[in-house]
Design a protein around this ligand. Structure first.
Ligand code: ADP
Ligand code: 3PG
Ligand code: MG
Length: 408
């Protein structure tokens, strides 16, 4: 599938000053250091390509959700890490627009990388302010804008939407890869396509569940999401996390699933756990106890899918040609309740002929921690949490739509 937008490979960028929007919204450790540099690594192909083309690269990003200027959310540590990963010097300017930026970029050599300060130190960024976007374009002295912050293209902000009014705007390589991989898997997957869905809430993921009912051959449900499904099907889930008000949504989900596969097949299509792992409290000290999904005690909390369900999920997954996974299958922050998610990760990592796509912020965090190969054990680990979900659900993303259409 060819990408529908212009990219850095399709416009003449050689020797130009280029403004690149990255998503360097990285998780920070309590001491302020970068807890995970996956998003910085993912930005390297675009930056390297632009450097090869002799570009003066100016990078903008947000970090966190600051209210005004907040030194704890400066992008300076990110610039340092980028320099290490690139093996090239990276300049940092503690402003995002204005004279200081203009002068720094004027002085920067032809082939160079400069990171500007956190976009969200300015309220105009999230307000999609045109004046601010204009200043970004002018003060960076850029000839082109490159959108490569896949994780933020579901937002219509100054650096994803308004900016494209002021510069010819094209996609970076990460954005192209994310879009193409996810869209291909949703629109023309190698079958069977198995969707693995979990996480905290059905209500967060209604659109994507409905999209999977249309496109997937089997949907495995786990996590707290499964509790809500099991409760709907009549099981007493004790003290587990259950969303009580999702009756209508679940009626719709089952109606759609039944219309697709028939009532006899519906439980083989929407696969709920037959057993769960429970505890009486949520903490590291709690052991896991396996129980049938219809045998919870009143004070049990279901925190993972059970061993029988894990084996069944692994079997379904190894029979697939494409697996799209979104949402951990249990409370995977606690090792005792990460078994389901770890078993799915293992099944995918040891069957590399299966196209495996992992989306969702917590699920990506989990597999990156689990995988000694930095996500390399899977076909694609998305850098976008919310953006990957919206793309899978078939929504149009403002930060992509606003780029120049590919010439026919
Ligand atoms: P993603 O960010 O990948 O889209 P979600 O945010 O939907 O995933 O869900 C991840 C969260 O769901 C994790 O914090 C995890 O602890 C929680 N979770 C999963 N299963 C359970 C469960 N059985 N009980 C409580 N929380 C759960
Ligand atoms: C993310 O981490 O999901 C993106 O960087 C977007 O951040 P936001 O949810 O604060 O807009
Ligand atoms: Mg999440």
């Amino acid at each position: 599938m060819t990408f529908f937008k212009e990219t850095i490979n399709s416009v003449p960028l050689q020797g130009q000053t280029v403004l690149v929007r990255a998503d360097y919204n990285v998780p920070l450790a309590p001491d302020g250091s970068i807890a995970d540099d996956f998003r910085i690594r993912a930005s390297l192909p675009t930056i390297k390509k632009l450097l090869q083309d002799g570009c003066k690269v100016v990078i903008i990003s947000h970090l966190g959700r600051p209210e005004g200027r907040d030194p704890k959310l400066s992008l300076e540590p990110v610039a340092l890490r980028l320099a290490e990963l690139l093996g090239e010097p990276v300049r940092f300017v503690d402003q995002t627009i204005g004279d200081k930026v203009r002068m720094a970029i004027k002085r920067a050599p032809g082939r160079s990388v400069t990171v500007l300060e956190n976009l969200r130190f300015y309220t105009e960024e999230e307000a999609n302010d045109t004046q601010f976007a204009h200043s970004l374009a002018v003060d960076s002295r850029a000839r082109y804008f490159v959108q490569d912050g896949f994780g933020v293209v579901h937002r219509a902000h100054a650096s994803t939407a308004a900016i494209t009014q002021y510069l010819p705007s094209v996609a970076g390589l990460l954005l192209e890869r994310e879009y193409s991989t996810i869209t291909q898997a949703m629109k023309a997957p190698k079958r069977p396509l198995v969707a693995v869905m979990g996480g905290a809430k059905v209500s967060d993921k209604i659109a994507i569940i409905k999209a999977f009912i249309n496109v997937a051959d089997t949907i495995i449900i786990g996590g707290a999401m499964a509790n809500t499904f099991l409760a709907y099907r009549g099981d007493d889930m004790g003290k587990s996390l259950v969303e009580p008000d999702e009756q209508t949504i679940l009626d719709e989900i089952y109606a759609a699933a039944t219309a697709k596969v028939g009532s006899k097949q519906v439980d083989d299509f929407l696969v709920l756990p037959s057993d769960v792992a429970v505890a009486k409290a949520i903490n590291t000290a709690e052991a896991r106890h396996e129980v049938a999904a219809n045998h919870l005690e009143a004070d049990d909390i279901a925190l993972d899918i059970g061993l029988k369900s894990i084996e069944k999920a692994a079997k379904i997954i190894t029979g697939a040609k494409t697996v799209i996974w979104n949402g951990t299958l249990g409370y995977a922050e606690l090792p005792n309740f990460a078994h389901g998610s770890a078993r799915v990760a293992l099944a995918l990592a040891t069957h590399r002929s299966i196209v495996s796509i992992i989306g969702g912020g917590d699920t990506a965090d989990f597999v990156l921690k689990w995988d000694a190969r930095n996500g390399g054990s899977f076909t694609h680990v998305s850098t976008g949490g919310g953006a990957s979900l919206e793309l899978m659900a078939g929504e149009k993303l403002p930060g992509i739509e606003s780029l120049l259409d590919a010439r026919k």
